[in-house]
Design a protein around this ligand. Structure first.
Ligand SMILES: [Zn+2]
Length: 249
């Protein structure tokens, strides 16, 4: 199990993972495979030596606090999560500069929040799906009129009234929301001005198909707002102290 340890004197942290003591392999360039050299690594031991005599404490990771600016599948990225010692809260920055570098963790005194920077309908996807699913596809002027109607129906929406659909997104800062039924009723009613007869029926089916988990979800884009605080002055921690052994270390 992973364990997050903070040195209170240096405000440095260490993420102890089951992999810390795995050997690392080093290759001498230009030589054969037999020259792989195994190096016994113990990063946690290095951390303990470096912070000998300092006060260490365990931090608990705050659930669901993880955020990142890049998709979940992207290996090289900066992400943040929050942790606490039970009293103070900290921001932990997790990053690496290249794929072969180990993950690094940095403690930041401060906080972050997510700010919604855009709320939009999925115009391109709606248009694409209409052309793909409806046989024959509606005329372009009707598609444009429908997009205008969707935008108009959803524009005054308060996102806090909407249900979040988490499984739709592959990006941590893009969130999809489901629109309430009353707005869908309004949308359907106004659709009668654009589509008639059989075309209206197929549009009605299209709307029902896409309102729960499809292209009619609203897309919100968020930005990470990080606020860093200065380390409080005058609060020094004595450097030479016996290593406080917490039972989980
Ligand atoms: Zn230290």
């Amino acid at each position: 199990m992973n364990q997050l340890i903070r040195c209170k004197n240096c405000d440095e942290i260490f993420m102890k993972t089951p992999f810390d003591q795995y050997p690392e392999y080093e290759v001498d360039s230009g030589r054969s495979r037999e020259n792989f050299r195994s190096i016994q690594r113990d990063d946690f031991q290095d951390f303990l030596i470096h912070h000998h005599g300092h006060q260490l404490e365990n931090l608990k990771i705050i659930e669901d606090s993880w955020v990142s600016e890049k998709p979940y599948s992207e290996p090289i990225k900066i992400s943040f999560f929050k942790a606490t010692n039970g009293k103070d809260k900290f921001v932990i920055k997790k990053f690496r500069k290249s794929i072969d570098e180990p993950l690094k963790y940095q403690l930041i005194l401060g906080d972050y929040s997510l700010k919604c920077t855009a709320l939009e309908i999925q115009s391109e996807e709606i248009s694409k799906q209409l052309k793909r699913e409806l046989k024959p596809p509606p005329a372009q002027n009707k598609i444009d009129a429908f997009l205008k109607l969707v935008r108009h129906t959803f524009e005054s929406i308060d996102i806090t009234d909407c249900e979040r659909i988490p499984e739709e997104s592959h990006h941590p800062l893009e969130v999809y929301y489901k629109i309430d039924d009353i707005r869908f009723m309004v949308l359907l009613r106004n659709c009668r001005n654009i589509f008639k007869g059989k075309e209206y029926s197929t549009m009605e089916e299209f709307i029902h198909r896409h309102k729960e988990d499809g292209v009619l979800l609203l897309k919100a884009t968020y930005k990470i707002q990080l606020t860093e605080m200065d380390k409080p002055r005058g609060k020094t921690i004595p450097a030479i102290l016996p290593l406080i052994k917490e039972k989980t270390i």
